[in-house]
Design a protein around this ligand. Structure first.
Ligand code: FNR
Length: 189
């Protein structure tokens, strides 16, 4: 069976190394996973004033999450935390009250930064947020990728063999995780 995985990139930068990582993960994913980006760029800043009538862009965003089997967060760390744009997107998805898009939706977290911590602090905080949003989180593997120039080429090829192997295994584990979660928490039709 093929599962659809929607990925959210936590960076809005044109040259985002995390978008590059997402491209690499798309290439390394096993045949059973189909990856596509769910864009967050055009979402306005959330307020509950929108709850009564979500704008089309936010409706489309929630619909995109509803249509995938799992969500993969590929995020940078900004000031030891979750980038504002990503947190904003999560807030949109979590509302209106009672219509939380992440509830029972499997998710996983990964990220890269030039620093040796490799987004660990941001990922830890993101995990807390996703737990609160009732998303079953992949815990088996953690992936803190230290980025070096050239680690991933523009077409998404990982140039370092052991990193490529690690990321391939990460995607394999993600497939197993999604299969297991959906066996006990099947998606409503
Ligand atoms: C950073 N950067 C950074 N790196 C890190 O490892 N820990 C951190 O807390 C921060 N803080 C931070 C704040 C802000 C506002 C910026 C712009 C950058 C560096 C960051 O890892 C680097 O810019 C990456 O290129 C960000 O990933 P994207 O946006 O290119 O995917």
């Amino acid at each position: 069976k093929t599962y659809k995985v929607g990925y959210l990139v936590g960076s809005l930068a044109k040259g985002s190394i995390n978008r590059l990582l997402a491209k690499a993960l798309t290439r390394l994913a096993p045949p059973g996973l189909e990856l596509a980006e769910i864009p967050i760029r055009d979402l306005p800043l959330y307020s509950y004033d929108y709850d009564a009538d979500y704008p089309p862009v936010a409706r489309a965003f929630k619909q995109a999450i509803a249509e995938v089997d799992a969500v993969l967060f590929v995020t940078p760390e900004y000031n030891r935390s979750i980038p504002g744009a990503l947190k904003n997107a999560i807030d949109w998805a979590s509302r209106p009250w009672g219509k939380n898009s992440f509830s029972r939706k499997p998710s996983a977290v990964i990220g890269t930064s030039p620093g040796s911590i490799g987004t660990a602090v941001a990922q830890q905080q993101l995990r807390g947020v996703l737990c609160f949003c009732n998303s079953p989180l992949m815990n088996t593997l953690e992936a803190y990728i230290q980025f070096h120039p050239g680690l991933i080429s523009e077409d998404g090829t990982v140039t370092n063999e052991s990193t490529a192997e690690f990321l391939t295994n990460y995607m394999k584990e993600l497939h197993v995780f999604i299969e297991r979660v959906l066996a006990v928490l099947p998606r409503e039709a």
